[in-house]
Design a protein around this ligand. Structure first.
Ligand SMILES: Cc1cc2nc3c(=O)[nH]c(=O)nc-3n(C[C@H](O)[C@H](O)[C@H](O)COP(=O)(O)OP(=O)(O)OC[C@H]3O[C@@H](n4cnc5c(N)ncnc54)[C@H](O)[C@@H]3O)c2cc1C
Length: 323
């Protein structure tokens, strides 16, 4: 194995994938453009198993700016910010979990309403959250004067490459950590701030694992397989996922989305990953954590298992509980 840098393969005994998640596969997302899971898809093509791909966390309170998304942390709701509709009426417990708050906001937005975060009750917002305050002012909104229009955005992807507790993937000498890995750390619904903790834990743990494993790569000649393809259709893909594989899901829409994605001309690494996301969301006929199915709105305790994906099929695995 190795890593390709400027077209050159740098070989090593072990490779640790730390390439982040895939929330930028959605039309609205909070992170960077490159978070489209290319290397997760690449590893799947090469035989790695992925898991829990259906669990995608949406952050409820983001402002969609001219050229950027400004995430407005829930700590401000802790300080008293209110979520209101255009009539100034509250409709959700602001301190409920992200999935609940996102769903309630999204329901209103798809029915044509606008939703706002009212920060006017926080007198010293510029001291509590200077980044949010200054960014909103730069966008022409004074949060001390006006409620801020908000919507949920894809924020964190719980799924990733299936690893054991020591961050080994199912490919020998390939390890994965952080948001690109999935070993049950976040269950079905990540608690806010746990991902940075996971980065620290997985980073230390994988170093220990590699020290113990002492992997040795045979230095035989490699038949380098490079998978690349066009990203021209990424806009269409983002639209499909946002509309049909997002905050509120339904079997009919998911199956329709799967057909559309299968027809799409796009980088095969992204395509294989997205097909896994949709197939996992179809298979999970219940609502649990970040995954909400309007046609199966309650939890089914018989499905307290993780779903794995081998690049072709998805299936539940036993004794691997998700909370
Ligand atoms: C706005 C925002 C606020 C957040 N706030 C919090 C918080 O308060 N607390 C918390 O716990 N979590 C928070 N998160 C989540 C947390 O930041 C991420 O889960 C975490 O950074 C993931 O770390 P990572 O190292 O796995 O991936 P990343 O931080 O995404 O890093 C992956 C790196 O890999 C690079 N990369 C990707 N593909 C390739 C490639 N093909 N070749 C070379 N390089 C590549 C990327 O450019 C990037 O530098 C937040 C996320 C966002 C977007």
């Amino acid at each position: 194995y190795g890593v390709i840098v400027n077209g050159e393969l740098i070989r090593s005994d072990a490779v640790v994938l730390a390439s982040g998640g895939y929330s930028a596969l959605y039309k609205y997302f909070s992170g960077v453009d490159s978070a489209i899971g290319v290397l997760i898809g690449d590893a799947i093509i090469k035989g790695a198993i992925a898991s829990s791909l259906e669990f995608i966390q949406f952050h409820p309170t983001a402002f969609i700016g001219k050229n950027r998304v400004i995430l407005i942390s829930e700590s401000l709701r802790g300080f008293g910010a209110k979520i209101i509709d255009s009539n100034g009426k509250r409709f959700v417990n602001e301190l409920a979990t992200r999935d609940i708050v996102s769903r309630e906001i999204f329901r209103r937005i798809i029915s044509g309403e606008r939703v706002f975060l009212d920060l006017r009750g926080i007198n010293n917002i510029e001291e509590i959250s200077p980044f949010v305050y200054n960014s909103l002012v730069e966008e022409g909104i004074d949060p001390k004067e006006d409620p801020v229009p908000i919507m949920p955005v894809a924020h964190y992807t719980i799924g990733g490459l299936f690893t054991d507790l020591y961050y080994r993937t199912t490919i020998r000498r390939l390890y994965a950590i952080g948001e690109s890995a999935e070993n049950g750390f976040h269950g079905a619904n990540r608690l806010a701030s746990n991902s940075l903790l996971e980065c620290v834990v997985s980073g230390i743990e994988v170093a220990r694992t590699i020290a113990r494993d002492q992997p040795k790569s045979p230095r035989s000649p490699v038949n380098l397989k490079v998978f690349e393809g066009s990203l021209d259709s990424i806009g269409d893909l983002r639209e499909i996922l946002w509309n049909s594989v997002g905050i509120i899901r339904e079997e009919r829409d998911l199956k329709e989305a799967l057909k559309k994605v299968e027809m799409l001309e796009i980088d095969p690494r992204i395509k294989i990953l997205v097909i896994g996301i949709i197939k996992s969301a179809i298979l999970r006929r219940e609502s649990r954590g970040t995954h909400y199915r309007v046609d199966y709105p309650t939890i089914n305790h018989k499905l307290s298992k993780r779903i794995i994906y081998d690049g072709r099929v998805v299936r539940f695995i036993g004794d691997q509980h998700v909370a």
